[in-house]
Design a protein around this ligand. Structure first.
Ligand code: AGP
Length: 596
């Protein structure tokens, strides 16, 4: 976060950092220009710890500063590794997101030149490299950026260049905005919302000179000026509030029916017709597609795995869901007619972005399904499907995941329609009905204490599924891990006897996802194998003779899948609370994973 202008800079920086807090971090700091020198305060821990330190030694009234919340990569979590970092003279300060991959070589070079390095971070090196070179700050930063390999968003201030910040981007996002009298920079537009209605986004290989009322952007390569487009900033600037729900995770879990209605609005009509032309997805595009490759990570990948099942089953269209982090290194061709579909809540996940760029190089058209239409993944795609789930603050995804499932079902239905084999009307009616059914289902949904206690005390929890339910089992397992830190794993039910059954005893709950009734008979046998060994068995969907049967009020596959996600999401938070875990920001995790 950066600020130049008449307001007290410390207040603006802390306000912006608070709005980015939900993304996850482990330390925080600010640097302020103070009459020819730099005031620096950095603290390991929550922003609150930084604020307490600032209350004890109040910062100067300054009108230029930068701030940062760090998620440790190089160097442990400590005050001295927290950003901002300064050069030897303490006159230049920098903050950095990303990883500088040639840091070892640069460190040796700087040490041999006599620089005093005070942290173990790769980021500090940039401050020292800026001491060298000729020209003004922009020229120096562009020289330094060219020498750095890896990913970075860098924001720099120099006390000798008042009223000016300089930022450069390679891969990690930067949003910038200005009014006549002030200028703001942040790693996400959400941080700018209290002060600005629109902003520009730096693209890769761009450097920005930022002054009140004036933002100039240049190509890093040759320093040629670039005209940028202003994008609206979503939200009214009010701090999001979890209200009566206590945590954003519970709030977002409960507000899923609203998000589901929003994603369907204008795309699915009462007659079951799907129309994605508002997203630029026309029938001729859909007809030309021969194969779909989904690229995503985490929960977003699970939504894609469900879509692969659906496309194969109802459209007979070959599709695969690829772990985006593996795609770039393992794929060197794509069949002609491949549509790459990048699915990402944040639109900034670096693994997904890198896979998207690789797919493009291999000749694919790219469709982005994102919850942030101004994000990098959206800007680099040919088509953008906005999920409209609303801000998801909790690091563990709920409404974004289920909204992705609906968006992908709409895409499946559009493919089916374009190929003259529309989905059965009952499926689409169930989809339209699911928000209302889910409202009633959610208001009555409670999990028994003995299940929560069993999971909270378990050495591990096993999730099972077949077909579409395997992706649901994976999602249930991921949620439980993220929130409660209970070790869990998802298996295809058929795998159980081939090894995992050795893990099962009376302490290991086994949760079977059974939202597709076609697999009920086989799933019943898998569950019986586990309960025969004393496991606490849970069935979600079809009746399987479990210790706990959670039946669902819709039987159609997509409707049941969406409803089946709800008890899994609830289980994760109930178990996490029973174990005293923080809910919205689990340890070690970040909302927007912008490092590889
Ligand atoms: C979900 O609960 C996780 N926090 C995580 O797996 C997430 O889905 C993944 O990092 C991908 O994020 P994205 O959708 O923003 O790309």
């Amino acid at each position: 976060m950066g600020y130049v202008g008449p307001k007290p800079a410390a207040e603006v920086l802390l306000g912006g950092l608070k709005r980015l807090e939900y993304r996850g971090y482990d330390s925080a700091g600010i640097a302020l220009a103070d009459d020819g020198s730099i005031f620096l305060q950095r603290k390991a821990g929550a922003l609150r710890v930084l604020e307490e330190a600032l209350a004890k030694s109040p910062p100067p009234v300054s009108h230029m500063g930068i701030g940062h919340t760090r998620w440790a990569t190089h160097g442990g979590v400590s005050d001295h590794n927290a950003h901002p970092h300064t050069d030897c003279s303490g006159e230049i300060a920098i903050v950095h997101n990303g990883i500088i991959e040639n840091a070892d070589d640069l460190r040796l070079e700087l040490l041999s030149q006599g620089h005093i390095l005070r942290s173990e971070t790769d980021s500090e090196l940039v401050a020292h490299m800026l001491e060298h070179g000729k020209g003004d700050l922009r020229a120096r930063l562009s020289d330094v950026a060219r020498r750095c390999e890896g990913a970075y968003a860098l924001l720099v201030m120099d006390v000798h260049q008042p009223d000016r910040l300089v930022a450069v981007r390679r891969t990690s996002p930067i949003a910038i905005g200005a009014t006549e009298s002030e200028a703001f920079v942040a790693s996400g537009a959400i941080a700018l919302a209290p002060w600005l209605g629109e902003c520009i986004y730096l693209d890769d290989g761009e450097i920005a000179d930022i002054r009140p009322g004036k933002i100039e952007v240049f190509r890093l390569e040759d320093l040629q000026p670039i005209a940028k487009t202003l994008h609206p900033i979503e939200g009214d600037g009010a701090m999001p509030d979890a209200g009566e729900h206590g945590t954003f995770y519970r709030k977002e879990l409960m507000e899923q029916p609203i998000a589901w209605r929003r994603v369907m609005a204008g795309r699915l009509d009462e007659l079951g017709q799907v129309d994605l032309s508002q997203d630029g997805i026309e029938e001729n595009l859909l007809r030309a597609v021969q194969r779909v490759v989904f690229l995503a990570m985490g929960s977003s990948l699970h939504a894609c795995q469900m879509a692969v099942e659906r496309l194969a089953d109802v459209v007979a269209l070959p599709a695969q869901a690829e772990l985006a982090s593996e795609f770039r290194d393992t794929r060197n061709f794509l069949e002609p007619g491949t549509l790459a579909v990048a699915v990402s809540q944040s639109g900034e996940t670096i693994d997904t972005l890198a896979a998207l760029r690789h797919a493009r190089q291999l000749g694919a058209n790219v469709l982005a399904l994102v919850n942030a239409p101004g994000s990098t993944i959206a800007r680099e795609s040919d088509y953008v499907f906005d999920l409209r789930a609303g801000f998801e603050i909790s690091v563990a995804s709920t409404k974004a995941f289920t909204t992705q499932v609906i968006a992908l079902e709409l895409l499946t239905a559009a493919f089916a329609q374009a190929r003259q084999r529309p989905l059965p009307p009952a499926d689409l009616q169930a989809l339209r009905a699911v928000p209302t059914v889910a409202e009633d289902f959610l208001s009555a949904l409670r999990l028994p204490k003995d299940l929560i206690d069993a999971c909270a005390a378990a050495p591990g929890v096993i999730f099972l599924g077949r077909g579409q339910d395997l992706s649901l089992a994976r999602e249930g397992s991921l949620k439980l891990k993220e929130l409660s830190y209970v070790w869990s794993e998802a298996f295809a039910a058929g795998e159980l006897k081939h090894g995992p059954l050795a893990l099962v005893d009376q302490r290991v709950p086994v949760i079977v996802c059974a939202t597709d009734p076609r697999h009920a008979v086989k799933l019943r046998s898998s569950l019986a194998e586990a309960t025969a060994r004393g496991a606490y068995g849970v069935a979600i969907g079809s009746e399987l003779g479990a210790t706990l049967q959670l039946s669902l009020p819709l039987k159609e596959r997509i409707g049941a899948y969406l409803l089946g996600a709800l008890p899994l999401q609830l289980l994760a938070v109930d178990v996490a609370e029973a174990r005293g875990c923080p809910i919205d920001q689990p340890r070690n995790l970040a909302k927007s994973v912008t490092v590889e």
